[in-house]
Write a protein that binds this ligand. Structure first.
Ligand code: AMP
Length: 435
């Protein structure tokens, strides 16, 4: 199967060939034909599957084929949950539209709106946006949705988690009823099904992996460990393993900052990425991580969502997420594009319940182990995996004092809400079950 076989025009095929894509990914094979036919599509796809090209290419083809010779009204809108994802999707749109006469733009919060308004006024065929800023711009009459033909909701589950549902519905209320709708989501909760039912008409369902399943090539490893030893253990993992590019997840913004500080103090280049960081700082951290200027990116769930970081060998869950679906999202960053990956979780006694919920979702037990020198003391200890007691590091661990680890004295997560529940000032709290 080639991109031409899917019905894409030579101009688009040329652009993807220049990107080095030799054949369509499974999600592209399944989603491009129905989108080209003008059908609504409900797609289950994680980031890393090539979903962006899956919706962008057919939409670009439609826009090119139906372009007005003189006017350039906004006809396609991609909504994404985060600024980084918006920027990333727009980068792709620009690359794929290199050989077609289509103008694209991206708008998101945290940066000056004036240049965005000027770009919108100059005429744009396809816009990538985060819901909050777009609503602001629409309120300011900087953009009209009267001619929207195609609406794409990318990572719809995360948009719901972030409390964007009201903004999305409001935005939709300004659009023509007759339009094509494409909804991409990694997970399918009841809330997503409800949103989809309200927006999509007779959608074609496209699935690339079983619901809520994790990439097959990812191996899961759980280290049972005291909370107070996690930082020290993480530093050890990085140093002993000679890790050069690792994404570490924390539940809170505060936790991300603390861990980053400690890694830097230990001589490991690191940066944090979360909702309290300025857009400039977030972009810089991501760029530095991608070009290997820094080794470690410490992220909260929201900030990391949808980031395109190819071929990450390791993802570390410094803390388990309290929403099991977030685990699936997190480990979507490893084992991508067919490469093997490892998802490593540091689990203290208070997180055992989170682990059980994740195992229920994955329908799979996570392989738990303890490492000598880091045995949990606040836990009913799991069976010691003899091979792991030294094997992971090749030698016996020494010097495991946790003195000076300020995390130790903190009550677990108290006053330190996960970023995903803080809602970043958006409307309402997420409806997902929290436990
Ligand atoms: P996405 O899931 O859209 O974030 O894409 C993940 C990564 O896969 C991006 O770096 C894309 O450039 C890349 N990609 C998308 N489609 C293909 C393809 N058909 N062949 C190879 N790489 C691809």
């Amino acid at each position: 199967m080639t991109f031409s076989d899917l019905g894409l025009s030579p101009a688009l095929v040329k652009a993807v060939a220049e990107k080095g894509y030799t054949k369509p990914s499974p999600i592209q094979e399944k989603s491009i034909p129905p989108i080209l036919e003008g059908k609504d599509v409900l797609a289950s796809a994680q980031t890393g599957t090539g979903k962006t090209a899956g919706f962008t290419l057919p939409v670009l083809q439609y826009l090119t084929a139906t372009k007005h010779p003189k006017y350039r009204p906004l006809r396609a809108l991609v909504l994404t949950p985060t600024r980084e994802l918006a920027a990333q999707v727009h980068d792709n749109v620009r690359e794929y539209s290199k050989y077609v006469n289509i103008k694209s733009a991206v708008v998101f919060g945290g940066v000056n709106a004036k240049p965005q308004i000027a770009t919108l006024r100059s005429g744009v065929d396809i816009l990538v946006a985060t819901p909050g800023r777009l609503l602001d711009l629409h309120n300011q009459k900087a953009v009209s949705f009267n001619r929207i033909d195609v609406l794409i909701l990318d990572e719809a589950d995360r948009m719901l988690d972030m409390g964007f549902v009201r903004d999305i519905n409001k935005l939709i209320s300004f659009m023509p009823a007759k339009r094509q709708n494409l909804l991409f989501s990694a997970t399918f909760s009841n809330d997503i099904k409800k949103l989809a039912a309200g927006i999509l008409r007779n959608p074609v369902s496209v699935e690339t992996a079983p619901q809520n399943s994790t990439a097959k090539k990812v191996t899961h490893k759980v280290y049972k460990i005291d909370k107070s030893k996690k930082t020290e253990f993480t530093i050890k993992l990085i140093k002993d393993g000679n890790w050069n590019q690792v994404l570490i997840f924390t539940r809170t913004k505060h936790g991300a900052n603390k861990l980053t500080e400690k890694l830097i103090k230990a001589g490991i280049s690191a940066a944090a990425i979360h909702g309290n960081k300025s857009q400039g700082a977030r972009t810089k951290a991501l760029r530095n991580f991608k070009d290997s200027t820094i080794k470690i990116l410490v992220a909260t769930d929201i900030a990391a969502r949808g980031l395109d970081i190819p071929l990450l060998p390791y993802v570390v869950n410094f803390e388990l997420p309290n929403v099991p679906e977030d685990y699936v999202h997190r480990i979507g960053r490893t084992g991508r594009a067919g490469a093997a990956g490892e998802a490593i979780s540091l689990v203290c006694s208070e997180e055992s319940e989170y682990q059980s919920e994740i195992e229920k979702l994955l329908k799979q037990k996570l392989n738990s182990t303890v490492v000598e020198g880091f045995e949990p003391t606040d836990n009913d200890p799991p069976k010691r995996a003899a091979s792991q007691s030294k094997g992971a590091f090749g030698k016996k661990n020494k010097g495991t004092s946790s003195k000076g680890d300020r995390l130790k004295s903190k009550p677990h997560f108290k006053g330190n809400r996960p970023e995903s529940t803080s809602g970043r000032g958006r409307t309402g709290a997420p409806k997902k079950k929290r436990y």
